[in-house]
Write a protein that binds this ligand. Sequence first.
Ligand code: NAP
Length: 254
Amino acid sequence: MKGAELDFSGKVALVTGGSRGIGKGVSLALAERGARVMICGRKEEILRSASRELKELGYEVLAFPANVGKSDQVKALMEYLDKQFGKLDILVNNVGMNILTPSIIDSDEGLWDKVIETNLKGPYLVTKEAVRLIRKAGAGRVINISSIAARKATMGMGIYCIAKAGLEMLTRVLAVELAQERINVNAIAPSMVKTGFSKFFWGNESLLPEITRMVPMGRIAEVEDVVGCVLFLASELSRFVTGETITVDGGSMA
Ligand SMILES: NC(=O)c1ccc[n+]([C@@H]2O[C@H](COP(=O)([O-])OP(=O)(O)OC[C@H]3O[C@@H](n4cnc5c(N)ncnc54)[C@H](OP(=O)(O)O)[C@@H]3O)[C@@H](O)[C@H]2O)c1
């Protein structure tokens, strides 16, 4: 490999939830390799501070506050992206949220709507709008961040598991629907990653050994473990891969 395959100069990327955690790592990695990057999130202050940090490193990064579950905000985000960059090559649907939920039977409708809206409806709304801009680029990549929870029913995370399973099927359906337009659609399913999202678990000294014991590689994932896979799926190295979900879990599901 000569390295040119991971040069994203001239490409435009949108990373939802790019203000922290995995999304921030992905944004940095794409920007470092030449992409112009747009990030979004709900909390404006954290979002602006993340984009400032990346700009100070010399990268072309823009931020737009938007909740991916709200179609009017997604439309405004895409209008801004279109105005600033005029096209889109790489979409990373990274936003996700998880809260401990009661059993499906005991969960109320509001909880169901909240978790589904962020984890499943959000990527649907964003992709729907983003594809218009990817068409302007002539080809592109959509990368959805799923979770191994999509394939493992987990107590206390039932609605999240269902939403992520839906996201993986959305990935396959879109891959088939968009294949003729040279838009590859893939997903990544990590196990626990060291971010604020799961700190409740890995930050607990008595729980962490229990968690790592279930991972053949003996540790939880770092942001960089997911970033590597995003770069592969965003690049020409994966040009004949579509409709796939790559598991990044140190062997847990094996
Ligand atoms: N960390 C893990 O253990 C783990 C494991 C498997 C899969 N994942 C998946 O990986 C992805 C990223 O997770 P992470 O660990 O990086 O999470 P994180 O550290 O909690 O970051 C989440 C990002 O998404 C943004 N966000 C949340 N809800 C949003 C909404 N409705 N609209 C717009 N932005 C929103 C957050 O910013 P605001 O709060 O300001 O909106 C933040 O930038 C998620 O899809 C998650 O399900 C994570």
